[in-house]
Design a protein around this ligand. Structure first.
Ligand SMILES: [Zn+2]
Length: 251
């Protein structure tokens, strides 16, 4: 095993201007980026600017102190969230954003039990086509915040006839335990001008409005309907208050 090395001033100098400290209610968020990220979308290479952030309970403006701790806190055991930014996100008059909750089965495996994989790719395409926007990939929101293992249990209950809301409730969780606070803090650092939100979920709009974001409108995101996710999507409309396809609320 190679020996670990102390942090050099050269390395610190290379990173320091790329990390921003954002004060949170409890602790701090360290936002690193932008990092150039060419992405393959439908065979075309689109270059996004990528940022990642880390929650810390201790607040320090010394980046060397933050970096010194990284190797001992085993961050791979926890999920960090990130955001893909496209175009002149800070200053363009219009920008489209999506808060996308991680879906291991849908985003990575292409599962058809939900519409997440479709929504992820479609929102990246929409943002690139329209010229400006940001896709927030929220890595601690698996299964509406219950975690991957619990989601696997919930899927088993769904196979026995429980819908996606009841399955979460039966396992002792609220239906939706997601919190958008950190993502909104990061968004406000990257843009303060109005945003159009790509979502079918009124709770995301409400969270953004409550946090004082200027919302220019909503862009619905439906598609990839199949026999495998029809019941799941209907449940989102009937029980989780999602807006139906074609119901565009641009107020
Ligand atoms: Zn999903």
């Amino acid at each position: 095993m190679s020996e670990t090395q102390p942090l050099s001033s050269e390395v610190l100098g290379l990173l320091e201007h790329k990390v921003r400290l954002i004060q949170a209610d409890a602790g701090a968020i360290y936002l690193v980026g932008p990092i150039r990220l060419p992405v393959s979308l439908d065979g075309e290479t689109i270059t996004f600017q990528w940022y990642c952030w880390l929650d810390c309970s201790e607040v320090t403006d010394r980046l060397d102190h933050v970096i010194d701790k990284l190797s001992s806190v085993n961050l791979a055991e926890y999920q960090q969230s990130s955001v893909l930014v496209y175009g002149d996100f800070a200053d363009a008059d219009q920008a489209w954003i999506r808060f996308h909750s991680i879906c291991h089965t849908g985003d990575i495996f292409g599962s058809k039990r939900c519409d997440c994989g479709y929504q992820l790719k479609q929102s990246m395409k929409t943002i690139a086509e329209r010229g400006t926007g940001a896709l927030f990939y929220l890595a601690n929101q698996e299964g509406r915040g219950i975690g991957l293992f619990s989601k696997a249990l919930a899927y088993l209950l769904q196979e026995k006839g429980y819908d996606t809301v009841d399955a979460n409730l039966k396992l002792g969780f609220p239906d939706d335990v997601r919190n958008y606070g950190d993502a909104i803090r990061v968004l406000k650092v990257l843009r303060t001008k109005p945003v159009t939100v790509i979502t079918n979920n009124p709770k995301k709009l409400e969270a953004l409005k409550r946090a004082g974001m200027d919302i220019a409108g909503r862009l619905p995101l439906w598609g990839d309907l199949s026999e495998y996710n029809e019941h799941y999507l209907q449940t989102k409309i009937k029980r989780s208050g999602h807006m139906e396809p074609g119901c565009c609320n641009n107020d």
